[in-house]
Unconditional design. Sequence first.
Length: 234
Amino acid sequence: MKKIGIIGAMDEEILALRNEMEQVKETEVASMTFCEGILSGKEVVLVRSGIGKVNMAVCAQILATQFQVDCVLNTGIAGSLCNDINIGDIVISTDAMQHDFDATVFGYKKGEIPRMETSTFVADEAMVALAKKVCEEVNKDISVFTGRVVSGDQFISNDEVKNAIVENFNGLCTEMEGASMAQVAWLNHLPFVIIRAISDKADHSAEVDYDEFEAKAIEHTVKLVRQMVKEMEA
């Protein structure tokens, strides 16, 4: 990969990576600061997208069009949808869907996007495999899982809502941006992967868990992304 796009939704998610970059040039586009430079010996563009699917989609398209990245990587935190995936663990996307896209009134399944070839956006197998390998090496104190990431413009903290998402989408975790990046990557023929550290259980305890475990979750993703970038092909 000649140029790697790295997107985080919040400042906390990318600040540690930004501090390790060299030869940094900052460019502001659409109220987002894109940091071009060298991380772990590779050329990267690091940016905070902001929270939500629209912010992420705008950010990813700018990376594709203006900065001409060769792949995109989204790092952040998420709520677990699986009892086996605990707070602190990491989920790496095999694919991504939008759980709040609903055109069922027209006969589509939940999450299906009308008039598109697919609504399930598949991550790059090589990036997934590398992320899993690296995570097992640098985060030995946690478990790593690969599977579906589902996204929507909702912070999930309700058991009933969580159970409906699990039933309809069979995802491993839920968050607010990844699937929109995946869709933009698919439209632009860019390899991608989503990396999510679990900060809560996406249920009635989510608001308490999120604040307590956010910092530790971000620490895990930073260690993973740093080493993954280092090992990606030039």
